[in-house]
Structure formats: C-alpha cells, structure tokens
Design a protein around this ligand. Sequence first.
Ligand SMILES: [Fe+2]
Length: 280
Amino acid sequence: MATIIGCVTTSHVPAIGRAIEKGLQDEPYWKPFFDGFEPVHRWLATASPDVVVMFYNDHGLNFFLDKLPTFAIGAAPKYRSADEGWNIPQVRPFTGDPDLSWHIINSVVADEYDVTTCQEMVVDHAVCNPMALLWPGGDPWPVSIVPVEINTVQFPLPSAARCYGLGQAVGRAIASFPQDARVLIMGTGGLSHQLDGERAGFINKEFDEQFMASLASDDPAWATQYSTVELVEKAGSQGVELLMWLAARAALGAGAREVARSYHIPISNTAAGMMLLEPA
Ligand SMILES: [Fe+2]
C-alpha cells in the first residue's frame, strides 16, 4: 500500500533556478533562503520517498490563456523541463508514475473532481526549482513525480475550499493505491507577492505567518474562509499561489506535525517560505 510520509511546501520563483546555476547559494542575498532547506535534506535522507505528488501552478507553458483547465493531472511516463520565458536553465527530465497518476485520476473523478488528464506534459520552474531545492545536484532524480496543476493564472480561480477538497481527494486516492510507495506531497508557490500593477512589490508578512501557522494547527483549512479575491488582497495577485500549499496540506491528512519551517524576505520581490510537515 502507498503511504504518505510528509509534505513540503515551498516558494518556486524563477530566480531560484538562476541562483542554483550560478552557485550563489552562499551569497548573503541567497544564503538565508537556501539554508532553510538543510533540515529538509536531513529529513529526506531517512524518509526516502519513492514518488512526489506535486501541486503546482503552470505559468503559461503547458497551458495558455486559450485553453486553461482549472485542475489538471499529469499521467505521462516522462516530464520534460521547459522554459516559459524567463530563460532559466533547464533540468534533467522527470520520470512519471502513470500507474499512480491514473489511480489518482480515477479516484478524484469518482470523488466529483473532474480533472483534465495530460498524457503529455512539460513542466516549468514551479516543478523544477522545488525539485532542485530538495535534491540539489542529484542525477538522476531519486523520485518519480505526479504533477497536479491548479489554475492561478486566469480568473475564475478555484476557491480555496475547492482546492482544499481536491487535496483531500488526492490524499484519499494515494491512501488507496495498492502498490507499495512512499509518497511525498509537495505544494509550490507564493508566499505573498505581487509582480505588477499598483501594488507591485506588495508583501504581507503578517498574513503569511498566520497562514503558515494555520497549516500546522488544528484548523489547517483556516484559509478557506477567504474568497480568491480576498486571498489576492491579502497575499498579492501572484501570492494567491498559496492555494498549492493549501491543497498539499489537505492531501497530507487530518493531523500534521511541523518538522521545519523557514521564511525569508525578499527573494526576487517575493516572501519565500518553506514548511515540512509529517502526518500526525
Ligand atoms: Fe509562480
């Protein structure tokens, strides 16, 4: 049987890929951010996941404004890294897990979450940078991946409650997967930031800290009290990517224990956060 062993949520900004390429991890600007992942590396050494189920938001690479599913799940045997326009270095391809993908797809559709299925899929910095943060320099990747994509590019966005529900459905699907697998959940995006408009540069540390605390609390669905517009107001128009963290936390199950957390401002005009949670 598959077992969910933990959940890592992290920022994914494009600049991370450039910093890794240039070896800037110990530069004063980057060091606090990269140092935040040391506890995760220690945890991974013993946790030994086989597969990552990753909630992320595409940035116009695999989906564009002309055809934009609200929820999509990859069912490909391989996922190639590609550049949606930031000219960041590409990473080696990821191996998929079609058996687990189709099990999750069948299970969540039966659970009334009508996802788009993708038997071909390219992945952008929202998948590649978090993977490189967890497994720096590893070749090949020690895990396969199942990408779960949520639209945060074009309104209407799915509500926080709907994303939480999808996460719960994915968690139930994993728990019923008959093959042995140690599954790490990931959620990438955020935290608060806004890249354009009158509020460009907007960061809301107080809200980010409340949100992070809620994920480790007895009320992990705390953020579902807010509409997507309210989340944009509180976290910024791109900070709404925190919906990935919410879905990932929901997939982990009812109770969670916080293993590590970091939060650093600014990284490329964003508040950069990371949390590692284990099932309680
Ligand atoms: Fe993003």
